[in-house]
Design a protein. Structure first.
Length: 685
């Protein structure tokens, strides 16, 4: 009887262990891969991509598929000439990726980089193409181009199913530009017609795909929206306009060009490449629930006004962000946002006896019958006010005179008595001063203006002149155009410490100011000022927009919004590239007519959201057969109901994903147990 029991025990243990090994094997094979989201460019991020692709080699082979589907101009059909050109261009990228693999691969491992000729929906069902998506693929690299066309070609096709299966079984999915944008399930498709960075804060500026028929890759990031070329193309406004919409993820990930980041489950981590990754959180402090829609002019969509967007900036180094808990980490240290945060903007007040300030972000293109100029004349209190106009920062004294005369003509047309001066002396009985500047690198803060202002003379400072009136300013000229390298230096490299020259300003207000942040892509200068002087508000002005400051506070004038970047409660450090790393900064957007004052940031706050404006949306074209152009319809989005917000009880809180024992170790231990049982049974016989 005992022998029978031992035999049954041995057989049952063997069956249980075999079943256990099978489960472990299945789990080992079904561990999802990583997403490698690259914001644009190629060569500067190849080495970072290869680090993960080589680590994912299968049996000594790093097999990489290069997917050029975003190159296509139409998801249904392209000409043979376009196909040939696309294949030629993609082959250049394939060779670059192959070269990067060969440079980085260890001696006992080989590289195989294969170009997949997939551009259209028919390609996505071609058996010969589908065979290339084999189980030994270590990584897939999706090229840049048009993410909307790419997803139209892939959605609900056998190729997308193969991508999904490979990712589920551990294949790494990476991509640059459009190839990065498809890696969030909710996908930014494009600006809508007549929208661009400079007016992206207006509601409905961006077409977002978030349905079963129109979306990003189904296995992409679920709880956030990816934007690419982020700082390079001044896309802060467009990402804010998306993450504040109802029924969309309220977290945005802006990946800059020549920069990549790893998405691993609930985590984004290990930035690689040259610059930074920005995370905008409109959920924690309910910025999306409290968003306002401000009508600026009849016939235009409303402008977004929002408070308490949490901001995190990551650079290369040991920095990460948990998308589930919305907490940034520096190494193993978590920086959770305070449950309640109360702020004041006391610095936005002029001292007693000083003149009212109007700080404008560039009104030079709209001087005729300009509302900001009219408001300035109203402040002087005289119908025929005597105004001094001084221009600086031009290419020559003659250029300064021409600029000043343009402003003088506009003021004269509004009834003012205007004198054009050079700043050497202020005439007697002046009712107001207009100070204009184009290039801050060619200007010096005017001490003469401070003296006149302190005695009560109102001052309007436009463009670069406005930035000189703060406590510190970025001494740089307009962003270069026509030279990609110089533009990169001006726009993206300014997110690296020491690359922005900061000088002392006139300090009329203890704040820092930067004009034209959207139209001229100057967010890097704004962040440099804020990072190096975190005790002061950093205010971003836009074209045709101004900040009016008086003894009681400040309000917005003009036709666009302004940004207020507040790092007074943030944690700061630098990445291995000397790039900015910021945890829990706060970003506010104020619309014209609004008083610039903060609102309490409260994790447990409850809001009754405003009704969402009517949003023109593209009716999806039926796939896969129809090629008709999308039609435009108007829908009313559902208004979310107010609820009590609190952290999920099962929210992840570890600094890193929990470690698991190696599968080979589990197998060896199991085999040892099996052998011990077998020998013990044999010894008793």
């Amino acid at each position: 009887m005992m022998q029978v029991f031992r035999s049954l025990l041995t057989r049952n243990l063997l069956a249980l262990l075999l079943a256990f090994f099978f489960i472990i094997s299945v789990q080992a094979q079904s561990t999802p891969g990583l997403l490698l989201i690259i914001g644009g460019g190629y060569t500067d991020t190849y080495n970072g991509f290869m680090q993960y692709a080589i680590a994912n080699a299968r049996n000594g082979l790093v097999k990489i598929l290069v997917l050029p589907v975003p190159y296509a101009t139409n998801a249904e059909t392209i000409t043979q000439a376009e196909r040939n050109q696309n294949l030629k261009d993609a082959e250049e990228r394939r060779l670059q990726i192959e070269g990067a693999c060969l440079r980085n691969v260890p001696a006992d491992t080989s590289c195989e980089v294969v170009l997949v000729p997939l551009f259209t929906r028919s390609d996505a069902s071609d058996p010969a193409i589908l065979e290339l998506f084999s189980h030994d693929v270590a990584a897939i690299y999706i090229l840049g181009g048009d993410q909307a066309v790419a997803m139209q070609a892939l959605i609900d096709t056998p190729a997308e199913q193969r991508l999904t299966e490979l990712y589920a079984n551990g294949t790494i999915i990476g991509g640059t530009s459009a190839g990065g944008a498809v890696q969030s399930r909710t996908m930014l498709a494009a600006y809508r017609p007549n929208f661009a960075p400079e007016n992206a804060l207006f509601f409905g500026a961006v077409e977002v795909w978030n349905t079963d028929e129109r979306r990003g890759l189904p296995f992409g990031i679920q709880d956030a929206i990816v934007d690419q070329h982020f700082q390079q193309r001044a896309r802060m406004g467009r990402l804010i306009s998306v993450i504040t919409q109802p029924d969309l993820p309220h977290v945005g990930i802006g990946v800059d060009a020549y920069t990549g980041v790893v998405a691993d489950g609930n985590w984004i981590r290990d930035v690689f490449g040259l610059y930074t990754v920005t995370v905008l959180d409109a959920e924690t402090y309910h910025a999306a629930d409290s968003v306002r829609y401000v009508t600026i002019a009849d016939g235009q969509p409303p402008l977004i006004s929002v408070r308490n967007v949490l901001l995190t900036v990551l650079s290369p180094g040991d920095f990460s962000y948990n998308l589930q808990t919305r907490v940034p980490y520096f190494g193993q240290t978590a920086y959770e946002p305070p449950p309640i945060l109360e702020r004041t903007f006391d610095s936005l007040r002029i001292p007693s006896g000083a003149g009212t300030l109007i700080l404008a972000g560039d009104i030079s293109d709209t001087l005729n019958n300009n509302g900001i100029l009219r408001r300035f004349l109203d402040i002087t209190g005289k119908a025929n006010a005597s105004i001094l106009v001084v221009a600086d920062g031009g290419a020559s004294p003659a250029a300064n005179q021409r600029t000043a005369q343009r402003y003088a003509n506009a003021l004269s047309a509004l009834g003012a008595q205007v004198t054009v001066g050079d700043g050497e002396a202020v005439p007697d009985n002046i009712d107001g001063i207009v100070f204009v500047g184009r290039d801050a690198s060619n200007m010096t803060p005017p001490a003469w203006l401070r003296s006149a202002w302190l005695t009560g003379t109102p001052v309007l400072a436009d463009n670069a002149a406005a930035t000189l009136l703060g406590s510190f300013y970025a001494a740089h000229g307009p962003t270069p155009t026509g030279d990609a390298e110089q533009e990169e230096i001006a726009v993206q490299r300014s997110f690296v410490q020491g690359k922005t020259e900061i000088k002392e300003g006139l300090n009329l207000l203890p704040v820092t100011l930067q004009p034209q942040v959207l139209a001229d892509k100057r967010f890097g200068r704004l962040f440099s000022l804020a990072y190096n002087h975190p005790d002061q508000l950093a205010i971003a002005l836009n074209a045709n927009t101004a900040l009016e400051v008086h003894a009681e506070g400040a309000r917005v004038l003009g036709e666009n919004g302004i940004f207020v970047l507040d790092l007074r409660f943030a944690e700061r450090t630098l990445g291995t590239n000397n790039g900015f790393v910021i945890a829990n900064g706060l970003l506010d957007v104020f619309a014209p007519g609004e008083i610039v004052q903060p609102e309490p940031a409260d994790i447990d706050a409850v809001y009754q959201p405003q009704p969402t404006p009517q949003l023109p949306t593209l009716t999806p074209t039926p796939l896969p057969t129809s090629t008709a152009a999308p039609t435009l319809t108007v829908v009313n989005p559902t208004v979310p109901t107010a609820t009590t917000f609190a952290s999920s009880p099962d929210a992840e809180t570890e600094a890193t994903p929990p470690a698991q024992p190696p599968y080979w170790l589990v197998a060896v231990l199991g085999l040892a147990v099996l052998l011990a049982v077998w020998f013990a049974t044999k010894a008793r016989r």
